[in-house]
Design a protein around this ligand. Structure first.
Ligand code: AVJ
Length: 321
């Protein structure tokens, strides 16, 4: 029998903001940057001269299009499942390759945002009218669980864009374990990991001259102002990026340059900032082969192939169970 669930009064966003801003040191979760404005700013980031990640992954997929498509394909047909579909520009290269090779497949993009899925479907069908596409709205793992019914068909899972980089190692292992659980013997996982490189190149990617990344981070505060009826003086915060070459972790902070008191009405919360107090907003983890192999091992996965760009800035790995 179904129990009556008592509806929690606070959304995840509210709970996480409350927890992060009541902690010392203060922090917020970067996943909350992505409202409509945040999505737009991320689109701009992908076009910035300093943000090499998107172009590198595009180069890798374009260069190895044929080989990737033949590795993914299966005579009896397969499902190409993408976790976090984004704007589809890189995926389109794979889809085109598969269609050209007359592969028997269905493309299943999974995303939390129905709006972006509908948008993606419309754009892809205009350009690739022969594509079988079945968008699935929901959180990755709930949707993956639903998909377990299709046990006899090969699955190829795509996670592009170094999205795993926003997770610390512990969470990254959990993420990979969850994917591993949904996989069968024949299934493959194709995933992008940004690599350790000249620290200056990394810092520049997250500290662009035009200040778009700064705006992107500050969108967290704008969003709290809007959605939680708060009064952050956002202009007093300075975007600050660090990169630790030993751990491979790029971290972004917002540093409050003047003392300020913030009232977050919807949370009934007053938050005090001393001069130069910081909010940690995001990590963007950089990897090397040893670290990816370690993560894979912890998650019960095996690396079967890797692909990189000319400068070896970025790598896509193929994993199996
Ligand atoms: C979407 C997680 C890959 O960390 O590189 C870009 C997000 N943050 N600029 C990244 C981001 C600042 C991005 N990922």
């Amino acid at each position: 029998m179904k129990k009556n669930k008592i509806k929690s009064l606070k959304s995840d966003f509210e709970k996480d903001v409350l927890k992060g801003l009541s902690s010392y040191p203060k922090y917020l979760d970067s996943k909350y940057i992505y409202d409509q404005k945040g999505d737009k700013l991320f689109q701009q980031i992908m076009h910035m001269p300093e943000y090499y990640l998107t172009r590198c992954e595009h180069e890798i997929i374009t260069t190895h299009q044929k080989e990737l498509c033949s590795i993914f394909s299966d005579n009896t047909g397969f499902d190409l499942i993408e976790l976090g579909a984004g704007d589809g520009k890189k995926t389109k290269v794979i889809l085109e390759g598969l269609l050209k090779a007359d592969a028997n497949f269905t493309y299943l993009p999974i995303d939390i945002s129905l709006h972006s899925l509908e948008d993606l479907q419309e754009r892809l069908l205009l350009e690739l009218p022969d594509l079988h596409i079945e968008p699935l709205q929901g959180s990755y793992f709930k949707v993956l669980k639903r998909l377990k019914r299709y046990i006899n068909r090969k699955k190829v899972l795509l996670v592009l864009g170094s999205n795993i980089g926003n997770l610390n190692h512990k969470k990254a292992i959990l993420f990979l374990k969850n994917i591993q659980k949904s996989m069968q013997e024949n299934d493959l996982l194709f995933m992008g990991f940004d690599q350790k490189k000249d620290p200056q190149v990394i810092l520049n990617a997250y500290n662009d001259a035009a200040g778009i990344t700064a705006e992107f981070n500050k969108n967290l505060l704008h969003r709290i102002n809007k959605q939680l009826d708060a009064n952050f003086n956002v202009d007093q915060f300075k975007h600050w990026e660090t990169y630790n070459p030993e751990t491979g972790t790029a971290k972004s902070f917002l540093v409050c340059q003047e003392p300020q008191q913030v009232l977050i009405k919807k949370l009934d919360l007053v938050v005090n900032f001393e001069a130069y107090e910081s909010i940690h907003c995001e990590i963007s983890q950089k990897y090397d082969d040893a670290t990816v192999a370690w993560l894979a091992n912890k998650a019960g996965l095996e690396i079967v192939n890797t692909f990189t760009d000319q400068r070896a800035y970025y790598k896509n790995y193929i994993f199996k169970k």
